[in-house]
Write a protein that binds this ligand. Structure first.
Ligand code: FAQ
Length: 312
């Protein structure tokens, strides 16, 4: 084969389950794919604050408001751990942010959908954070040490988020018929985009084979998507809601739910920047970054002054 000696030794370590650390030798393509995935993941956490930010001032009670604020703040923290993990691979945070702000970098498709009612806060916590957990639990065991370790805390916090989302859904479903209808409407709008979070079908997933060989991916996109459906359908039934998929049926032989075809043209359209909120999300991020310039400058000026004092 055409693997060099370094690369063979590297793959052997991965096959043995030994973690790769920042200062270890690694193939350029491994470094590149990790920078790609970890930075997209970081951007998702940061842009992912925006749909929920839309409801902070309109939360129905002070308790719900403080929970939502804490949840959104957790997402900012996740973004920061992930940017730090990406930086261990030799890329700067400024470069990563520039790629996000110019529209060059991807972030999760799910955050390009609008949040139209309070019930969407329930649906996002339950379905979006729920899907994020299913995708991220295996990443706690991925081959790159700094990424794997960051995922452990992220997953713990995401499980609080998923429970708070389901708690909102339970309250609405036990409420008035109007409240239950809001819950159903939110489920109808977030169900399919949540299934798309897991990425293209295995047949269309260009990065999967290599990422599986490097143990960045321990399960395929379709395997994790199936896990999400199997886990969530009983929760939908418990709420007394209807899965917005006429083709959904339980297969008693396999023990899995079979589900309808995902609208891949919608997915690809969102990835190309043409989802319902792509432009608005990016504009909001860029404005926040520009508005924060004076603050970043002040931090640097302060740090410089402290260093001068120390030197004197
Ligand atoms: N959206 O060959 P694959 C959260 C891209 S959770 C946009 O299968 P891969 C928590 C993919 O990048 C959300 N793009 O790629 C939260 C690639 O493009 P590229 C973030 C997508 O990497 C909750 C191309 O399609 N989670 O933020 C999507 O092997 C609530 C081909 O796809 C993560 O990022 C998509 N849905 O597998 C925050 C988890 N799917 O780069 C706030 C880590 C695929 O070649 C509120 N990432 N693409 O130009 C992963 O596990 C993987 O990157 C996958 C994609 C599974 C997402």
């Amino acid at each position: 084969d055409d693997m060099g000696q370094d690369e063979r030794a590297f793959q052997a370590r991965i096959d043995e389950g030994i973690k790769i650390e920042a200062k270890d030798w690694m193939p350029d393509a491994y470094r590149k794919t990790l920078i790609r995935q970890i930075s997209q993941h970081a951007h998702s956490e940061i842009v992912g604050q925006l749909p929920e930010g839309n409801w902070v001032t309109r939360a129905p009670t002070l308790k719900r408001k403080s929970i939502l604020l804490a949840k959104i703040q957790d997402e900012a923290g996740h973004g920061l751990y992930l940017y730090s993990a990406a930086e261990t691979l030799g890329v700067s945070r400024d470069e990563l942010l520039a790629a996000l702000h110019s529209g060059k970098a991807k972030y999760s498709s799910i955050f390009n959908y609008p949040t139209l009612s309070w019930a969407d806060m329930g649906a996002i916590g339950w379905l979006v954070d729920g899907s994020a957990i299913i995708n991220q639990i295996p990443l706690c065991r991925c081959s790159y040490g700094p990424y794997a370790r960051a995922m452990i805390r992220v997953c713990k916090e995401e499980s609080f988020h998923a429970r708070q989302g389901y708690d909102i859904m339970m309250s609405l479903c036990k409420g008035t018929p109007e409240q239950k209808a809001m819950a159903q409407d939110a489920l109808n709008r977030w169900w399919w985009p949540s299934l798309m979070m897991f990425g293209p079908s295995d047949a269309a997933s260009v990065n999967s084979a290599q990422s599986a060989q490097w143990r960045i991916k321990l399960f395929s996109n379709d395997e994790l998507r199936q896990r999400m459906v199997d886990q969530t359908v009983p929760q939908i039934e418990y709420l007394g809601l209807t899965v917005p998929d006429p083709d959904l049926k339980f297969n008693a032989e396999t023990g899995h739910y079979e589900f309808g075809e995902i609208d891949w043209s919608e997915f690809n359209n969102v990835l190309k920047g043409n989802g319902p909120c792509n432009r608005e999300r990016l504009q909001t991020r860029v404005k926040a970054y520009e508005d924060g310039e004076w603050f970043r400058d002040a931090l640097v000026a302060y740090a410089d002054k402290q260093a001068e004092k120390q030197a004197a």
